[in-house]
Design a protein around this ligand. Structure first.
Ligand code: OSB
Ligand code: MG
Length: 368
């Protein structure tokens, strides 16, 4: 495998509805698509999951573009690669910038799957035929509206409801959800909105039988989370705090969480995501696949990863139509009775729709 040309598309697509978390609201989504060509002519696709603001992590679309254009892609072009796992090693000399790394690494995995005539799921070692799907619901203007949105997604078959919380939108909201839906699989994601001073408040969430509380404390913390976890019955799930295999290993050792949300972009690629998956499997830590409001290519990569056996809890990778009027892949991702069927076709298992990509691409950079 040897890359000869890489195209970086800056996409601008408007989501059907705004998505609000404790850190802000997003609706017009800017993101990168990566088209990488191998010397044999095979084309692989990757998606950058950085947002245009550095709210979730420090990366943005522009920092990703800079890293890819000036450092990461030039390291790969013209270099013989035996396996996509080698990309992570090559990128070790570059600090962090995990979403930029992952965008091109995903395209290399796609090429590798095609060259070896496997589906991407098979190439990563996944064996599930279908994966369980949950939904992540942003903060709504009123609790009444939130209850309506939850009812609608339950009706569409989603198997787990995740709601976003923040100070002032937490215990009373969860109480009303539980009053209306006493038995649904329910969890809350704070996106780092609390501090260790909030232990008393967070302990109040224990009475609602949540599957987990996701990332209550600082985005880079595992120490306070370990202190908090000792005082909570509800498992903590770490998202932002896990940016690598070593982060996961240390968090598990410290007891900072009972569950890990794996996002390919946050940890720097599929290879690192698999390592975290395997470590957690060996240590009895359930994992699930988080989402970054992806378009179809990122969604397809998430589906392939989630076909690994320790993805035992429903993920956030919902149907394309939950986010987009039209997706960049054909067919779009659909959810059937709460499951996505893992494609068996060679590569990502969806066709890329170039008309749509060209329509929403605001800029294209070609690197040879
Ligand atoms: O914390 O998981 C998160 C969306 C944007 C940034 C961070 C998060 C999320 C979500 C939605 O929860 C996931 C999705 O539906 O793709
Ligand atoms: Mg999260």
């Amino acid at each position: 495998m040897k890359l000869t040309e890489v195209k970086l598309y800056t996409m601008e697509m408007r989501m059907k509805t705004a998505f609000t978390t404790s850190f802000g609201t997003m609706q017009d989504k800017t993101f990168l698509l990566i088209e990488a060509k191998d010397e044999s002519g095979v084309v692989g696709w990757g998606e950058g999951v950085a947002f245009d603001t550095p709210w979730y992590t420090e990366e943005t679309v522009k920092t990703s573009l800079h890293m890819l254009q000036d450092f990461l892609v030039p390291m790969l072009i013209g270099r013989e690669l035996g396996h996509p796992d080698e990309v992570t090693g090559l990128f070790q000399s570059i600090r962090r910038n995990n979403m930029a790394k992952s965008a091109i690494e995903g395209a290399v995995w796609d090429i590798y799957a095609q060259l070896t005539k496997q589906s991407l799921a098979q190439a990563v070692g996944g064996t599930r035929e279908k994966i369980e799907v949950g939904i992540s619901i942003g903060i709504q203007p009123t609790v009444g509206e939130l209850l309506q949105v939850i009812a609608q997604f339950l009706n569409e078959g989603y198997r787990r409801i995740k709601v976003k919380i923040k100070p002032g939108w937490d215990v009373h909201v969860i109480r009303q959800i539980r009053a209306r839906f006493p038995d649904i699989p329910l969890m809350a994601d704070a996106n780092s909105a609390y501090t260790i001073e909030d232990i008393a408040l967070l302990k109040q969430l224990d009475e609602f039988n949540l599957m987990m509380i996701e990332q209550p404390l600082a985005h880079d913390d595992i120490v306070d989370h370990a202190i908090l976890q000792k005082q909570l019955k509800t498992p903590i799930c770490l998202d932002e705090s896990i940016t690598s295999f070593d982060d996961a290993r240390k968090a598990v050792k410290l007891g900072s969480c009972g569950i890990i949300n794996i996002k390919i972009g946050r940890v720097g690629g599929i290879t690192e995501a698999k390592r975290i998956h395997d470590y957690c499997e060996a240590h009895g830590i359930p994992v699930w696949c988080g989402g970054m409001l992806e378009a179809g290519i990122g969604r397809a990569h998430n589906i392939a990863l989630t076909s690994l056996m320790n993805f035992v809890m429903p993920g956030d990778t919902a149907a394309s139509s939950r986010y987009w009027y039209e997706d960049v892949i054909v067919p779009e991702v659909t959810v059937d009775a709460g499951y996505i069927y893992v494609p068996k076709e060679i590569g990502i298992g969806y066709d890329v729709n170039r008309d749509i990509i060209n329509r929403y691409a605001k800029n294209v950079v070609v690197i040879k």
